[in-house]
Write a protein that binds this ligand. Structure first.
Ligand SMILES: *[C@@H]1O[C@H](CO)[C@@H](O)[C@H](O)[C@H]1NC(C)=O
Ligand SMILES: *[C@@H]1O[C@H](CO)[C@@H](O)[C@H](O)[C@H]1NC(C)=O
Ligand SMILES: *[C@@H]1O[C@H](CO)[C@@H](O)[C@H](O)[C@H]1NC(C)=O
Ligand SMILES: *[C@@H]1O[C@H](CO)[C@@H](O)[C@H](O)[C@H]1NC(C)=O
Length: 374
């Protein structure tokens, strides 16, 4: 009896010991990892060896259970496997491999197998999800009447089912502009028909608008509807400029005093300065006023009062500065240019008269000769 019970004890002990060995000997690997597309990514597994076990070989299987890489830790040049992966440096009892450039096809579950002696093979699994972000070009400005192009990109077109562009104007709800779904043509919403185009692409999406109108100002969101991750988006804002076409007019308000107006309609409002502001013959600084036009533009009037003598000596110009212009527009109100023009016109007229009379003379002479001939 005694013997039997001690045998039982012994067996129990052995079983529990074996279980401990079994428990000790296991592979730990992260269950899920996320890898950004187009970048290198390292996968790793760690083995806890049983006492007396030696690691003979490590094998990695890819998402299709094909051999990705194998090596024997004791031999440095024993690495063999596919081109797009390499063995990464790792601590003892850990194995790490680097996918040189992660792509959509690398998504799935990987297996690492540690061949131990005498413990047998132990394996671990780690599942990789390839991720990407939507990137948009920076904010843009466009000139009313001209073209604007807004673009976004997403690195995993294989996961995209639809690209949708929305427009949010100031203090308004967003509205759809255009969309492109897999296996179909780009769709343009009615308000943008004939004025907007969308590239048929699920990765690099470009929305072009031409001609741009003031109402197009606001922020545009490009939404990539992906499966299974859901909607990913980015936003880019558009500012619409209306360039100024300044004009100068002037009249004499009292003898020897001239009032000049320089006007410019634009968006945003233009800044007007005069090139003679510091001349002592101007009668005070210019007076500027702004008038909001109903269409989103602003009329700026700058009034300068000068002594008429000033116009005889210097060329008076108004300079219109605007964010949408590379350099300011200069408009002259000068009488000097007026005299030059008058001289030019007179000279041209005299020359024309001379030519006409010469022609007339020649024609007369020719006719007379012909008459003589008859
Ligand atoms: C790979 O092997 C595992 C079991 O080890 C199995 O569950 C999985 O379906 C296999 N995958 C493929 C693509 O054969
Ligand atoms: C773009 O414009 C919006 C609104 O005008 C602003 O909130 C955002 O910070 C701007 N982004 C960049 C990158 O300048
Ligand atoms: C200049 O503008 C003011 C304000 O609009 C106007 O009263 C004045 O008649 C204008 N003068 C000229 C010369 O156009
Ligand atoms: C205006 O300036 C000129 C020189 O720039 C000077 O000769 C003249 O006396 C000044 N006139 C007045 C009224 O200050």
């Amino acid at each position: 009896m005694m013997c039997e019970s001690s045998l039982m004890r012994c067996l129990q002990l052995c079983v529990s010991l074996l279980m401990v060995v079994r428990l000790q000997c296991k592979v730990t690997a992260p269950e899920r990892v996320e890898a950004p597309v187009e970048l290198p990514f390292t996968l790793s597994c760690m083995v806890s060896k049983g006492r007396g076990d030696t690691l003979k070989q490590v094998r990695w299987l890819d998402v299709q259970n094909k051999t990705l890489l194998t090596y024997e830790p004791s031999q440095k040049d024993s690495v063999s496997g596919q081109q797009h992966v390499e063995l990464a440096p790792s601590p003892k009892d850990t194995s790490a491999i680097t996918i040189r450039r992660v792509g959509f096809r690398d998504e799935g579950c990987y297996t690492c197998i540690f061949d131990l002696y005498p413990g047998g093979s132990q394996e671990g699994h780690t599942c990789l999800t390839v991720t990407s972000r939507v990137t948009a070009e920076g904010n843009k400005t466009a000139v009313s009447g001209k073209a604007a192009a807004l673009s976004c990109s997403y690195g995993l077109p294989e996961k995209v089912q639809q690209v949708l562009w929305r427009h949010t104007a100031k203090q308004r709800d967003s509205s759809g502009v255009a969309s492109y779904a897999k296996y179909s043509d780009p769709m343009i919403e009615p308000p943008y028909q004939e004025r907007a185009w969308l590239t048929p692409s699920l990765s690099h999406s470009q929305l072009s608008i031409r001609p741009v109108i003031i109402q197009d100002e606001g922020c545009y969101t490009c939404e990539y509807h992906t499966y299974p991750e859901g909607t990913k988006s980015a936003t880019v804002c558009l500012t619409v400029f209306v360039l100024p076409k300044p004009q100068v007019s002037y009249k004499s308000t009292s003898p020897g005093v001239i009032e000049a107006n320089c006007t410019a309609v634009s968006r945003p409002p233009a800044e007007i300065v005069w090139n003679v502001e510091r001349d002592n013959r101007t009668m005070g600084p210019p007076v500027t006023s702004q008038l909001q036009q109903g269409d989103g533009t602003t009329l700026v009037i700058s009034t300068l009062t000068v002594q008429s003598g000033l116009l005889k000596d210097v060329s008076v110009k108004c300079l219109v500065h605007h964010k949408g212009l590379e350099s300011p527009i200069a408009v002259s109100m000068n009488t000097k240019i007026g005299t030059a023009l008058t001289i030019l016109i007179s000279v041209t007229t005299v020359a024309a008269l001379l030519v006409i009379s010469l022609c007339f003379c020649l024609w007369k002479c020719f006719l007379r000769k012909e008459d003589d001939g008859v």
